[in-house]
Design a protein around this ligand. Structure first.
Ligand code: AMP
Length: 139
């Protein structure tokens, strides 16, 4: 499978569709998942064309995990969940639905607290409110 430049995250990177941004640097972008599996569900993507981990340059993989750690720390500090789960899916069989590599940062409260993957769009003003808490906690 080759990279499709019209995937939704590529469109976000080109500013063709909006996102609720929490962090950006030269190599990466972090924004809120609009169909969150838990309150505070955040996504981190590299600014390079790679559909999955197997097509990502090592230097970009480093940048991606550095930003993921930075934003996960802000999620932990800003939202104070009991735990923080990271997920990264490769291939449709693994559940990947957007073919531009990304890490999921999902706050967890314990037990069965996740809603279904990429299913229901949440209230955007509520997501915006949560994003502000994450941004305020960024170091
Ligand atoms: P995956 O299934 O691992 O490829 O994850 C894709 C994620 O992108 C899902 O959690 C979706 O809820 C999320 N998603 C899809 N479209 C958008 C969008 N326009 N803005 C933010 N998140 C999105």
């Amino acid at each position: 499978m080759t990279y499709d430049p019209d995937n939704i995250f590529a469109k976000i990177l080109r500013d063709e569709i909006p996102c609720i941004k929490v962090y950006e640097d030269d190599l990466t972008l972090a924004f809120m998942d609009i169909m969150p599996q838990a309150e505070g569900h955040t996504l981190v993507i590299p600014k390079t064309e790679a559909q999955d981990l197997f097509n990502l340059e090592p230097d970009m993989a480093s940048a991606l995990i550095r930003t993921t750690q930075k934003v996960a720390k802000a999620v932990k500090k800003g939202l104070k969940p009991k735990g923080v789960m990271l997920a990264q899916l490769n291939g449709a069989a693994a559940g990947q639905s957007v073919f531009h590599i990304h890490f999921h940062i999902i706050p967890r409260q314990g037990g069965i607290d996740l809603t279904l993957h990429a299913r229901d769009q949440a209230d955007m003003s509520k997501i915006q409110e949560i994003a502000e808490k994450i941004k305020a906690a960024l170091e």
